[in-house]
Design a binder for this molecule. Structure first.
Ligand code: A3P
Ligand code: MG
Ligand code: MG
Length: 378
């Protein structure tokens, strides 16, 4: 008994000096009030062209152009052009944070928040934060996030898990076509110019992307993150980004209450997390039939998505998502103490387990490029 007491007494001392070695993800642990989340503001943007080249402007931004609402339903053939008019991005290329770092480097001298703001911030992709938000409810796919501290800033960059790599390399043809169909829907819904018309006859090139760079803060964690934006609505009540942006999504047509319930529990959670983070107010869904045609559209307001699961015992809770994300960011801040761009902490998570961490130096996990470190050190 005395021995056990000794261990218990030693524990708080241990906790004060050493960062936690793992972080649980059970939703019940994160129930509570919604944490502070600063209204996201757009700091800037950049574009990637058909060759995946970076441009510090909005050239790849497209304009929301829904079909006329004259009583007729749409009839978008999402399989049209596959595979002959499909130019998929090379997924073997691991871009990590590179394009975002390019933007940061270009704007570091004139960031709002004043000098020193960046040193206290977390820099990452919106998509990485989306995965953190949905973690307490995710039962299928794990993740790995690499973290380095450099000039005070904490950088987070996803690492493809071995399982995800196998899945990608053995992706069945139906799933490859389904991926194409998501992008094809964008082509039916967007014009290249404001007031222009759509042109579904062209190629679908997934190298092209428009990215918004946003500032926010979760709890006491200032955030600088970037996310791909599908289009801007020139008719939106306000033309101020990100409020004028629209996220486009496709989903299977639903015919039973069970299908609807599962859509609200799984898909709406992902749609909410992805659009809530950058403050994109509307998600326009195209529902496809088994033949791959979109025959109906529905706009979901990001801020109302939770209502579909509010009274569902097996639904999701935005507070849990945000509280877990805040807890993870604190865990990462406490773990990555040394300021060293060559030092990497790899956070790993598999469903049913806590987040664990391991320490690495240089290749293959170091992700802050020499060109960035050297230019920032000037
Ligand atoms: P849908 O989600 O409408 O099917 P986004 O919706 O984020 O703008 O992404 C556009 C499309 O890219 C998606 O359209 C989907 O086809 C594809 N995509 C995005 N994330 C994916 C993922 N994790 N796995 C497979 N395809 C993905
Ligand atoms: Mg997109
Ligand atoms: Mg989309």
């Amino acid at each position: 008994k005395r021995g056990a007491g000794k261990i218990e007494e030693a524990e708080p001392w241990n906790k004060l000096l050493l960062p936690a070695s793992s972080l649980p993800t059970d939703p019940a642990l994160y129930v509570g009030p919604f944490p502070f989340y600063r209204r996201p503001s757009e700091l800037g943007c950049f574009s990637l062209d058909a060759q995946r080249q970076y441009h510090g402007d909005a050239r790849a931004l497209r304009y929301y152009c829904p079909p006329p609402t004259n009583g007729q339903s749409p009839n978008f053939d999402l399989r049209d052009g596959y595979p002959d008019r499909y130019r998929p991005r090379d997924e073997e290329v691991q871009e990590r944070l590179d394009h975002l770092l390019c933007w940061v480097l270009e704007h570091r001298g004139r960031l709002e928040g004043g000098p020193g703001w960046l040193a206290g911030a977390i820099v990452t992709w919106r998509g990485h934060l989306t995965k953190l938000l949905t973690t307490p409810y995710e039962r299928q796919e794990g993740w790995q996030l690499a973290a380095s501290r450099f000039q005070g800033t904490l950088y987070l960059s996803e690492v493809e898990t071995p399982a995800a790599r196998v899945q990608r390399l053995t992706r069945p043809p139906v799933l490859q076509e389904l991926m194409y169909m998501g992008y094809k829907f964008e082509q039916y819904m967007c014009a290249d110019k404001p007031g222009g018309s759509t042109d579904p006859s062209g190629e679908v090139n997934t190298n092209v992307a428009f990215c918004s760079v946003l500032r926010s803060r979760l709890g006491n964690h200032p955030l600088l993150f970037s996310g791909e934006v599908d289009c801007i609505d020139p008719q939106a009540p306000t033309t101020q980004p990100p409020t004028c942006y629209v996220e486009l999504k496709t989903s299977k047509e639903m015919h039973s209450p069970g299908q609807r319930k599962s859509f609200y529990r799984r898909k709406l959670l992902k749609w909410w997390a992805q659009s809530f983070l950058p403050g994109v107010p509307n998600v326009v869904a195209g529902f496809r039939n088994p033949e791959g045609f979109v025959c109906s559209l529905k706009t979901f307001r990001t801020m109302e998505m939770f209502e579909y699961v509010r009274n569902d015992r097996d639904g999701w809770n935005p507070s849990v998502c945000m509280n877990f994300c805040a807890a993870f960011l604190s865990f990462a801040q406490d773990t990555v103490v040394q300021d060293d761009p060559r030092l990497v902490y790899l956070f790993s998570w598999e469903p049913g387990s806590p987040v664990t961490v391991s320490e690495h130096r240089d290749a293959p996990h170091a992700f802050l490029p020499t060109w960035y470190v050297e230019a920032m050190t000037q």
